[in-house]
Design a protein. Sequence first.
Length: 705
Amino acid sequence: MTTRPGALRTLLVLAAAIVWQVPAFAATPSLADFQAAAAREHMSLTLPDYARTPDELRARVNTALKEADTALTALAAQDPAKLTFANTFAAFDAITARVGDVSAMSGTIAESSLDQAMRDAGNELNVQIEGWGVGLDYREDIYRALKAVADAKPKLDAESQRLMDEQMLSYRRAGLTLPAAQKTEVEKLRKDLSALTTQFAININEARAPLDFTAEELAGVPQSFLESPGVKQPDGKFRVMANVTWHATAVAENADNPETRKQVNIARTQLAREKNVPLMKQIVVLRADIAERLGYATWADYVIEVKMAKNGATAVKFEEDLLAGLQPKFTAEMETLRQLKVKQTGQADAQILAWDVSYYTNRLMKEKYAIDKEELRNFFPYQATLDGMFAIYQKIFGLKFTQIDPPYVWAEGVQLYVVQDAASGVPMGAFYLDMFPREGKYNHFACFPQKAGGVTAAGGYDLPVAALMCNFPAPSADKPSLLTHADVETLFHEFGHVMHVMLSRSRYVAQGAFSVPGDFVEAPSQMLEAWVWDKAVLDTFAADYRDPEKKIPAATIASLVEARQATAAYATRRQQSFGIMDLALHTVSKADAEKMDIVAVTNAALTRATVAPAPDTAFIAYFGHLANGYEAGYYGYLWAKVMALDMASVFKAAPGGFLDEKVGMRLRNEIYGVGHTRDVAGSVESFLGRPRSQQAFLEDVGIKQ
Ligand SMILES: [Zn+2]
């Protein structure tokens, strides 16, 4: 990565720059100080009142649902002559927001409580709240009241108009605008669909493919795998379960014998095919059928209507453009892998087959890009890394974070911070940090909103609260917690979600931070991942904890980038193959779905984007995402990632690089602050100051222009 004079200059002033124009508090400001400051601005900074016992939690949730039901029934029962936007749509937003807050509390308890009974209660209540939400979508009385107001076409400001339009659209999408008989039919089809997708997942879970190999056949596979429980058989052979991902990966990456890799690859791509191929066909036909009944040409058009891409054709074009842009790099990467195979086999015309990619990628990494990831940890002690990231985000977004004594925490070590606008000192929200693993805690890394921000009935603003839950390595007796470079990237990403919650200033809760379309919500955080690959950024905080004078050598960062780029085009096109097969399945009419050869269509997507699968296999049968969860939405991950790199490129080109305050403030105002109050495509272009482009993403993959 090249260094920019601008970035270096910024670096020198970074330490000096953090002198904030903030009203002074007593030495250690308390929550009450910030609450008083918020009150002076007609805002409230209220932390969630966390339930302490399962009964208390149940009572809290049940009361919230009962109060919401009472308020909603009263809303629907109003005199039709007296209905206004304020007493229907705006009231609906406020009522459902309170259920959202109690749901956030129950969800947090389910993932974080020390007490198993609390976690169980949280999980049970989440299911109850979800069921309540589904019922709410179909409440005819509320629909009639809202529709009466919408039909009268009141003159509204842009945000209110948008709230009304989106609510009415969601009713249309749920089928409420259909005549009764047709509506019943769609509801029945949805239930059928849900039964089929559930069965698809069950078939995946039940599929087994044990393959026994001799030690010789498994040459190259790590000893630790061979010694894993259940692998060694009484007859001296070793059992590989092709249905278990880490088994299949251990063989795919390490087995020197191509026949072994081939057998495991084929067994895995034949899993569940007798049951799930016909099931997938039924699923695809049913989806096309439902979409047509709701007035859409295809299921993709139905799903993507509320995403940034807006329709199936735009998502398809995105995939095609990216496929073409990656082609030269992809070809070069495959040739590099092929040369490794030529060298190993002595066959000049050797080809890279489906079961070779992981194996030769692994060899390439070992031979050419050996980076000591453990050694790199010494540069990322947890506290210095966190403080460093805080300094960067405070600087670029014009904020100040202050740690305060929390009135209550769900576990020892959880910390609480208040966020203020640095220039005015006005409080903006609060966040909890729960950063280390413990028994029973959520075991990934994520931001959990605790309380939505929004305008109160009195016209003030209720400030947002969030929690960051992570699982960084705990400190040991002789060493602080030391993060991997990947951990640091995760921290920058996840805390980006906290920033999104803190900075969103929507009037309506339904237009807050995480209400942005699903193919955009990850983009700002994916963008912030770029920070940790930049030497100027890393040098602000990353230093060997045993000798803080020692920074990460430029050559190490360059090798990290090179290693990431070595097979980045293949990795991207692998993702694309899933996106392309997803869109191929879901951009057809019902009539075309009925004629579709599911296996041919999905295998063709793999062949086009990556490497041809083995003959007589059906990858789709054991790939659950397109049946459950990501249907017609798989493109979204890369869609957001491409946009993320495009947005990061604006920082990269700015005088201050990734530490540029002007660009940071523009991001705060044009992206975070507005949330879902306006169309996100427009927000992104306002930030970029130009139309979107795939260029920066292609450069990140290593394509030199
Ligand atoms: Zn994320």
